[in-house]
Write a protein that binds this ligand. Structure first.
Ligand SMILES: Cc1cc2nc3c(=O)[nH]c(=O)nc-3n(C[C@H](O)[C@H](O)[C@H](O)COP(=O)(O)O)c2cc1C
Length: 316
């Protein structure tokens, strides 16, 4: 399968292993890239330049390409993250969720291709105006943080009609059928997070992976509960999608109260340490229902590669 994505980054499968702060560190990125995709390292708001350098070294250890994903709202207060990323010489950087515009030119001036995750058409048009190399059209089905305004398919169709730069599709693409669908629509590839959460190279725990395998197709919920409980300053348009649990249900309609409830914040902190998933979060998207067992990233990518055969069946 050859697309703009495979040609540009020398991949055998048109899949980017999406940045996922937490589960998606250097080891998963390396495994995704070794399997023929482009693995990315997810950097959360508090990571130091040293951590970025270490994880980039792990991701690139096999001589494979890798990318790094940053959060725009966090970079505003941590410009040192951007400098560390430029020093690490990744093949692709995403700056998502917030005012990404100022960072696009700095990265491109350093010779590094840039993308951002667009959660609606306006985001995608802003991205193109800012000069990104590729836009990720990310629907509300996706795992982790992002907008929840429009689903992947309508967003992808709208964005493909309106922007000239290559487009990747994200949100709910968890196997070859999903990849075939977005390639047929005109995407250059898929930006995939949840499907790699069940991999043994991921940075989540076996217990968290077990929760993912048990979750069904309707097992996720979207909101800001866990961010408010942790006092994280995510802009309010970006909630998170994760496995629905008792803590989420208790607080989903009481965010103002939660913001001032120190006991609830402590309860979440302790539950995370104890891996009590009735309270602690496991971020994942709607594709989680397709995860059934632990696999290696290379197996997940080999499965994605079956999209080619599915597409051939359509065209005869
Ligand atoms: C556990 C988890 C953590 C994530 N962390 C980040 C992150 O650090 N930076 C980022 O840009 N996107 C992050 N995302 C969003 C992904 O990059 C991507 O948009 C999403 O996984 C795509 O949808 P899917 O999960 O249905 O494949 C995260 C997603 C998950 C599931």
């Amino acid at each position: 399968m050859r697309t703009w994505l495979t040609d540009t980054f020398d991949l055998s499968v048109p899949v980017v292993g999406a940045p996922m702060a937490g589960p998606g560190e250097g080891a998963l990125a390396a495994a995704v890239s070794a399997g023929g995709g482009l693995g990315m390292v997810g950097v959360n708001a508090t990571r130091s330049p040293d951590w970025i350098a270490e994880q980039a070294a792990v991701a690139g250890a096999g001589g494979h390409r890798f990318g790094i994903g940053l959060m725009a709202w966090a970079l505003d207060n941590r410009p040192e993250q951007l400098a560390a990323v430029i020093d690490a010489r990744p093949s692709l950087v995403s700056v998502s969720f917030g005012s990404f515009e100022p960072y696009v030119a700095r990265l491109r001036d350093a010779g590094i291709p840039v993308t951002t995750q667009a959660g609606n058409l306006d985001d995608a048009l802003r991205a193109e105006r800012a000069g990104v190399d590729v836009v990720v059209a990310r629907g509300g089905e996706g795992g982790g943080h992002g907008r929840n305004e429009i689903g992947t398919l309508p967003l992808l169709q709208t964005v493909l009609e309106r922007v000239e730069v290559p487009v990747l599709a994200a949100g709910g693409i968890a196997g070859p059928r999903g990849l075939a669908a977005v390639l047929a629509a005109g995407a250059a590839g898929a930006w995939v997070g949840t499907a790699f959460l069940g991999c043994r190279e991921a940075g989540n725990s076996p217990a968290a992976r077990g929760e993912l395998f048990r979750a069904g197709d309707t097992g996720t919920a979207y909101g800001a509960v866990f961010d408010v409980a942790q006092r994280l300053s995510w802009p309010q348009e970006y909630g998170g999608r994760g496995l629905r649990n008792a803590f989420f249900d208790t607080w989903a309609d009481r965010l103002d109260e939660l913001a001032n409830d120190d006991a609830a914040a402590r309860e979440l902190r302790e539950a995370r340490e104890a891996e009590d998933f009735d309270t602690a979060y496991v971020y994942a998207g709607q594709g989680v229902g397709l995860l059934t067992e632990e696999r290696a990233a290379a197996e997940v990518l080999a499965d994605f590669a079956r999209a080619e055969e599915l597409l051939r069946r359509v065209t005869g």
